[in-house]
Ligand binder design. Structure first.
Ligand SMILES: [Zn+2]
Length: 174
């Protein structure tokens, strides 16, 4: 009959293809410690706090987060040194030989691992869109100002100096 629904299988909506986990590897500067985990990672953020700034010797540190149980140390676990920051209830693991920060745990979240994003050469599946302690952003941090090559110094760039526009129509103009 016209208008009657025919028996049989109703068309299923297309299944959303789940993103397959991809194993990504990270390593310290000298290559003595290697880690593996699966991307996409849970989240990523920039940490502007003084502790992370000093620990990394940088304007800020960028981390990606993962459950500790999902991160595998595949090389050099025995040479992973740690600093127990009792005052802040944080533990920072690093490679003493080359000084690379490797992992970071906070007292309130001992099963959670923050890993410096820079350890991974590959994409982590997570963009760093969050900021922690942004009120501590340093006025010497590079914020993406336009650059130009520094003459006579290959590989060195300098921020373009913006010339201030002369004021127009000031009250005290002569
Ligand atoms: Zn190293």
């Amino acid at each position: 009959m016209a208008g009657q629904i025919k028996p049989g299988r109703s068309p299923k909506p297309p299944r959303r293809r789940a993103r397959a986990a991809v194993t990504i590897s990270g390593a310290c500067l000298c290559g003595g410690i290697a880690i593996e985990t699966d991307a996409p990672l849970f989240w990523a953020w920039h940490d502007h706090s003084e502790a992370s700034r000093r620990a990394h010797g940088a304007a800020y540190a960028t981390y990606v987060g993962r459950w500790k149980s999902k991160v595998r140390v595949v090389g050099g676990e025995g040479v992973l040194a740690r600093f127990d920051d009792l005052k802040r209830r944080q533990v920072r693991s690093f490679r003493a030989l080359c000084g690379t920060s490797m992992m970071f745990t906070r007292g309130g979240s001992p099963k959670w691992l923050d890993i410096p994003r820079a350890l991974f050469g590959a994409r982590t599946g997570r963009e760093a869109k969050h900021h922690v302690a942004i009120e501590q952003l340093q006025d010497w941090a590079y914020l993406g100002a336009p650059l130009c090559p520094l003459k006579g110094y290959p590989g060195v760039s300098i921020e373009k100096v913006r010339k201030a526009k002369p004021a127009r129509g000031g009250l005290f103009e002569t």
